[in-house]
Design a protein around this ligand. Structure first.
Ligand SMILES: [Cu+2]
Length: 348
């Protein structure tokens, strides 16, 4: 008890932390016994479990203590809102609320995990959907791939969405790119010129793409059995590893995501394929274009491969057996909070 008090006093002098203090492992190995004692004390006092759960003073962001509207502050303009403030990085922000705790909580929750590493401007994520393209008419009820060319996303990193949703901060790889994955989501919008925001709880197709695609940023998701006739909006949702939306270093920038509106028709042009989408081309769709070294962005995902082949008229399938990945199944998954999982439409 006495040791512990002396220890905390010493830490206070050292300015290590602003809360009930737990030393850094590397610095205080020799006092592990004291740490254990202190941890036990802290658990008894707060019931919040194991140690190392204080924020060192040098990691406290002093800017969070201010609203941004203090007289003389840079950047003030009329109409700005005052920021919430906290002297301790909002570490207790979720007090009294349901915490997210790794689950996709459909009723809402509070997540206290830090935002994490933010890339440099030269590493900002960008994306372009390469199929379908604007004006494309995809053939109904016929399997096709949505393809996305990404830049500066270290794709292929996808944590367990059932237990680790938002449980860790955004992280960067050694090149400074965000480690994560891309989701694609397709919603029915009634018509191409409809202006009503679609209900986010309803979608015709969703997938978290958990692989690295062709290794050059080209990612694909297969829409098995295609979509029913209609007008659709397909969008990307770029995310870090724990499914959180990617965070960028500056506000003024180009978007990290892309959306495209397209139609599904009984007789689609499937990316201007005409009537000659050969079976051979059709096979190229899932292959991630191994040949496409020099033109990763254009040819492979563009009209040539993704367009013609995948949805092409070759299969001529106009059957109605393909409606099953529209609507209900996926919506159901969303309601159960496991949208990102390996459900029927999301992973073969
Ligand atoms: Cu995800």
């Amino acid at each position: 008890m006495l040791f512990s008090k002396l220890f905390m006093l010493a830490l206070g002098f050292a300015g290590i932390s602003t809360c009930v203090s737990v030393p850094q492992r590397s610095e205080y190995r020799s006092v592990s016994a004291l740490r254990r004692l202190e941890d036990r004390q802290k658990q008894a006092a707060t019931g919040n479990g194991k140690g190392d759960n204080c924020v060192p003073a040098n990691l406290i962001q002093s800017a969070s203590a201010k609203t941004g509207q203090e007289p003389g502050t840079d950047g003030i303009k009329p109409g700005q809102a005052p920021s919430d403030t906290d002297n301790n990085n909002f570490v207790n922000f979720c007090t009294g609320q349901k915490i997210t705790n790794g689950v996709q909580v459909t009723g809402g929750s509070c997540n206290g995990i830090p935002m994490g590493q933010i890339p440099a401007t030269k590493n900002m994520v960008a994306a372009m959907i390469t199929f379908p393209l604007l004006g494309d008419e995809v053939t109904a009820n016929q399997t096709f791939n949505i393809s996305v060319q990404t830049a500066h996303l270290d794709a292929g990193f996808f944590v367990n969405p059932t237990t680790n949703y938002y449980t860790a901060p955004q992280a960067l790889n050694k090149d400074g790119d965000i480690i994560g994955h891309c989701h694609v989501t397709i919603q029915s919008i009634g018509s191409l010129r409809d202006t009503t925001p679609p209900d986010p709880a309803k979608f015709a197709f969703f997938k978290g793409i958990d692989d690295a695609g062709n290794g050059k940023g080209l990612l694909q998701a297969q829409i098995a059995d295609g979509l029913p006739v209609g007008a659709y909006r397909a969008c990307t949702m770029m995310s870090a590893r724990n499914h959180q939306p990617v965070l960028m270093p500056v506000a003024q920038r180009g978007a990290q995501d892309d959306c495209v509106k397209f139609e599904v028709k009984e007789d689609g042009n499937d990316g201007k394929a005409g009537g000659d989408a050969a079976a051979g081309k059709g096979k190229a769709k899932g292959a991630n274009a191994p040949e496409g070294k020099e033109n990763a962005g254009n040819a492979q995902a563009g009209n040539a491969q993704a367009g013609n082949a995948q949805a092409g008229n070759a299969q001529a399938g106009k059957g109605n057996g393909g409606a099953k990945n529209a609507g209900d199944a996926n919506v159901g998954k969303m309601e159960s909070g496991k949208v990102d999982g390996k459900a029927k439409d999301q992973k073969k």
